[in-house]
Ligand binder design. Structure first.
Ligand code: B12
Length: 321
């Protein structure tokens, strides 16, 4: 939802006040008392205000488009965090350290949006789909939202995708960590304070606006490590998955969807071992797609697959992280 002009003005005023506060606490020079801005300065100020408002509204639309498409996690951060943590990203050097980065991810909310999209395309058989339809969907959604953002404002921007493996994958889990979205747990899964490991990381956007404009996303960074104080049952599950042993597949826990291969049942145990976010576990169909790459679940079988009484054939395929 776009804010009304009044609401937008108020948020901008708050953002500016926060900026002024930050500048003061950093000890930067404050304006001299008693000096009135001349007409030129007032005009500059007005122009800056209008541009900020435009950026703010364009970012709101960017957020709305991504959320409607199922990318419901947006975490803003100051690009300086990457430099400080020695994290490199393609294109990063053409942005200032004070500018805005956004980590884009999703919870289980992506699945129904993705299925809706495929239904809209009228896809009837798996043969009509490319090898990674979800990655393509995510990329088109983000690229589309980004193009609208750049065309509708003076912002410059780009996005790097977590699924791209060449020349090397971007360290999106470490970026999510420094951005404050989620922390890396003992089983190498990123753990969110609310969703646990039941979310995915999709892309990082770099935008040429001051980082504080990211307040529009209203997503506060989380400082505490959600794994603090946990006795890390995921560790044992991880060694079971890596060594194909050590975990009794019949141990209590949420049932694996019928038809999931034994190898992927072990990987699923790693996520299920986390005590946080179990209520946000993916549906059976989403698990079969992500873990075993079963594409039949995309074509109208999703509802039946979510019924635990239904059986199915195991097909071990390449996982779709
Ligand atoms: C290649 C890959 C894999 C490979 C190998 C991983 C590896 N590095 O050895 C395999 C196929 C094994 C794999 C498995 C899975 N993956 Co994977 N994978 C990736 C991918 C595309 C690249 C990893 C990478 O090289 N990163 C770059 C390096 C530079 O990053 P890094 O910070 O140095 O290292 C991090 C990871 O590499 C990982 N890691 C490092 N060493 C190892 C060793 C093992 C055994 C594992 C599992 C992970 C791991 O942890 C590091 C942070 O602690 C990422 C996306 C991404 N761009 O990161 C997804 C990603 C890490 N995978 C993800 C997932 C969900 C999975 C699976 C559950 C598969 C699935 N079906 O969904 C499993 C099991 C993971 C688990 N721990 O339980 C998610 C994690 C989400 C989350 N909440 O944490 C990611 C972020 C993709 C996504 N779309 O969200 N994955």
């Amino acid at each position: 939802m776009l804010p009304s002009a009044l609401e937008a003005d108020q948020v901008l005023a708050d953002l500016r006040a926060a900026g002024v506060e930050a500048a003061r606490s950093e000890g930067s020079a404050s304006p001299q008392r008693g000096t009135l801005p001349d007409a030129g300065e007032a005009q500059d100020e007005q122009q800056r205000h209008a541009q900020e408002l435009q950026s703010f509204q364009a970012l709101q639309r960017f957020q709305d488009t991504l959320k409607q498409g199922g990318l419901d996690l947006l975490q803003p951060f100051e690009l300086d965090c990457l430099g400080k943590s020695k994290i490199a990203l393609p294109g990063l050097s053409s942005y200032r350290p004070t500018q805005l980065g956004v980590v884009i991810g999703n919870t289980s909310a992506l699945w129904p949006a993705f299925l809706r999209h495929l239904r809209g395309l009228g896809v009837r058989s798996a043969a009509e789909l490319g090898p990674d339809p979800l990655d393509i969907y995510v990329e088109e959604l983000i690229q589309g939202a980004l193009t609208d953002l750049l065309e509708g404002s003076a912002i410059r921007g780009t996005a790097a995708y977590g699924h791209e493996r060449l020349p090397t994958p971007i360290p999106i889990q470490r970026i999510a960590e420094v951005a404050g979205l989620a922390r890396i747990g003992p089983a190498h899964l990123s753990v969110h304070s609310r969703f646990g490991p039941w979310f995915a990381l999709r892309a990082v956007a770099l935008l040429s606006v001051p980082a504080d404009v990211g307040a529009v996303f209203a997503s506060r960074p989380s400082a505490a490590h959600p794994c603090d104080g946990c006795d890390a049952p995921c560790r044992r599950a991880l060694s079971g998955a890596l060594l194909h042993r050590d975990v009794d597949l019949a141990t209590p826990g949420p049932p694996a969807p019928p038809g999931l291969s034994e190898r992927q049942q072990r990987w699923l145990k790693v996520r299920d071992a986390c005590p946080i976010g179990a209520e946000h576990r993916y549906s059976a169909a989403q698990i079969l797609y992500h873990y075993d790459g079963q594409r039949e679940v995309l074509l109208g079988e999703a509802k039946q697959l979510d019924d635990p009484a239904r059986g199915g054939k195991a097909r071990a395929r390449k996982p779709r992280p």
